[in-house]
Design a protein around this ligand. Structure first.
Ligand code: 0RQ
Length: 507
């Protein structure tokens, strides 16, 4: 697979992952590509993890700081976490071992909006980056890097790191070349200009990432697939959630408030998000478009079915079957898919301009429409906010979806007060569970509470929520402030009860 490196002089830099890992020293700060199981390095993390394990056996310290695009995979985050080799991690993860290290206090984790990552790297908020590790599908004659299934923060990683290690992965389809649109001119204030993207499918950059040859210290050849997890077939709950969103959008089209092609769609990760996309296959819309961060099976199938004209993302995250469909149809897809840096896919300026319809999953919402996407019972990190905030704050519509209960009914996803705030009542426009939908636009907190309790909560919890709300109204009236009624000492008691008894319901 040396022929993937078309620049002959760079072939001299090819070495084993173990040799390349020698550049990585204890305490270094690394920018490593990877976005929701796509575009992460396949070989170096294991080589670094082995170095860490050997050092730890000798009684020496060894750990790295690590900033990625988003989540990676067992052979990246997983192996490094397992070797206890990560002292700092940002901005999004979903690996069980790493999550345990974060929740056990072994890894410091900064969870933040993905649209902020590159500007904060550029500005030096993370300190200096010693090394960038980039997955590529090839290198051009000029020595430019052709990314693989995701770009994420790769452009900025190369710009700001002192040295670059490239993993050239021959398992990635060579036909990816040309699908990327690399725009790296966002810059820093006060010298910023408008980003010249006015349509979801505009091309504004180059199909490769420029990298000075002398920055590249090592190239490692790999031949392995991405994470490619399988999706569950949409279950009854996901199908009911999806159907309500589609009905609502259809209603808006019929009322003349949305075009028949809707507005560009963003969809979060997970089974419900995928079910919404699957539901759109049979919906009465035409020429749909996507402007999202992760593009999963559902959007791919909309494109292959001719329902969606084109889509833009920062990463392609497919199940094994969908990857096969992608590879089989890459010529057809070439002018229908664009991969961009996440600073562009998640850019507030563009999301606002295009009027994105954002759909993301949540852990819980409260009766006023505040949403928690990240923390279980207020303290335990799940994955992170990812790009959900970028799309919620700036989208034209922002939907939050969840089953109305979790853990077999022991947890209500609708609670008196969220145990952690990620998206505030000021941003969230729709809450949808399998029970129903609450349209929160143009509503006061008390109007919202009625809608969320009556439409979205599970019947097992509805009377408890009504009771809380009625008493909160009385208590807050006495206290002289009923704009957002609460009984402060009771507002989080449902979570406390779950922590103590394993159930939010009163026995
Ligand atoms: O746990 O796997 O142990 O059973 O959370 O829940 O219902 O399968 O839903 O996979 O869509 O995940 C918010 C975590 C939802 C995800 C979250 C438990 C539940 C289960 C998963 P188990 P589901 P999903 C694009 C946008 C933030 C980032 C984001 C997420 C597990 O969507 O990380 O949106 N979002 N990015 O049992 C306790 C509750 C719970 C709960 C669910 N109320 N209390 N546990 N669970 N609700 C992507 C990027 O930005 C990169």
């Amino acid at each position: 697979s040396l022929d993937r490196i078309r620049n002959a002089s760079l072939r001299d830099k090819v070495m084993s992952a173990e040799q390349a890992a020698e550049f990585v020293k204890n305490g270094m700060n690394l920018a490593i590509t990877g976005f929701t199981g796509a575009g992460y390095p396949k070989a170096l993390p294991t080589a670094i993890a082995n170095k860490a394990k050997a050092a730890h056996e000798r009684g020496e310290a060894f750990s790295i700081g690590m900033v990625t695009g988003a989540s990676t995979a067992p052979e990246c985050d997983g192996v490094l976490a397992e070797a206890n080799a990560v002292h700092f991690r940002s901005p999004f993860q979903s690996d069980p071992t790493l999550r345990n290290n974060i929740n056990a206090g072994r890894t410091a984790y900064q969870d933040m909006h993905l649209s902020h990552v590159e500007q904060q790297m550029r500005q030096g908020f993370y300190g200096e980056f010693d090394i960038a590790i980039i997955e590529a599908s090839g290198i051009t004659e000029e020595g430019h890097i052709i990314p693989a299934m995701g770009i994420g923060h790769g452009v900025e990683a190369i710009k700001c790191a002192k040295h670059v290690i490239v993993e050239v992965n021959a398992a990635q389809n060579a036909g990816l070349e040309g699908m990327h649109d690399v725009y790296g001119e966002v810059g820093l204030p006060p010298h910023r200009k408008p980003i010249p993207l006015v349509g979801a499918f505009d091309r504004i950059g180059t199909p490769y990432i420029e990298c000075a040859a002398d920055k590249i210290v090592a190239i490692v050849l790999t031949n392995g697939g991405d994470r490619n997890s399988k999706f569950a077939d949409p279950d009854d709950v996901s199908i009911r959630i999806a159907a309500q969103i589609i009905d609502f959008l259809d209603h808006e089209v019929k009322a003349g408030r949305l075009p028949k092609s809707l507005l560009p769609l963003q969809s979060g990760v997970g089974n419900v998000a995928n079910a919404v996309m699957a539901g759109l296959l049979d919906a009465p819309f035409e020429d749909l478009t996507g402007y999202t961060e992760v593009l999963q099976d559902g959007m791919l199938d909309l494109i292959l079915a001719g329902k969606m004209k084109h889509a833009s993302a920062t990463a392609l995250s497919f199940s094994p079957d969908a990857l096969q469909r992608f590879n089989d149809n890459i010529e057809f897809l070439r002018d229908k898919l664009i991969l961009r840096p996440m600073e562009i896919s998640n850019n507030p300026e563009i999301i606002r301009r295009l009027g994105i319809i954002g759909m993301n999953a949540m852990i819980e919402a409260d009766i006023y429409g505040n949403v928690n996407s990240t923390h279980v019972m207020g303290t335990k990190m799940m994955n992170g906010i990812g790009g959900s905030g970028d799309f919620t704050r700036n989208g034209f519509f922002s939907f939050y979806v969840s089953p109305s209960t979790a853990k077999g009914g022991a947890i209500s996803s609708i609670v008196p007060m969220v145990s952690h705030h990620d998206h505030t009542e000021h941003d969230v426009m729709f809450i949808v569970t399998e029970q129903g939908m609450a349209d929160l636009r143009g509503k006061s907190p008390k109007q919202r509470a009625k809608l969320i309790i009556e439409n979205c909560s599970h019947p097992d919890y509805r009377d408890m929520l009504r009771d809380y709300y009625d008493r909160a109204l009385a208590v807050s009236e006495k206290a002289g402030g009923i704009h957002t009624p609460h009984i402060l000492l009771e507002a989080l008691s449902w979570h406390q009860r779950f922590v103590e008894t394993g159930d939010m319901r009163i026995k």
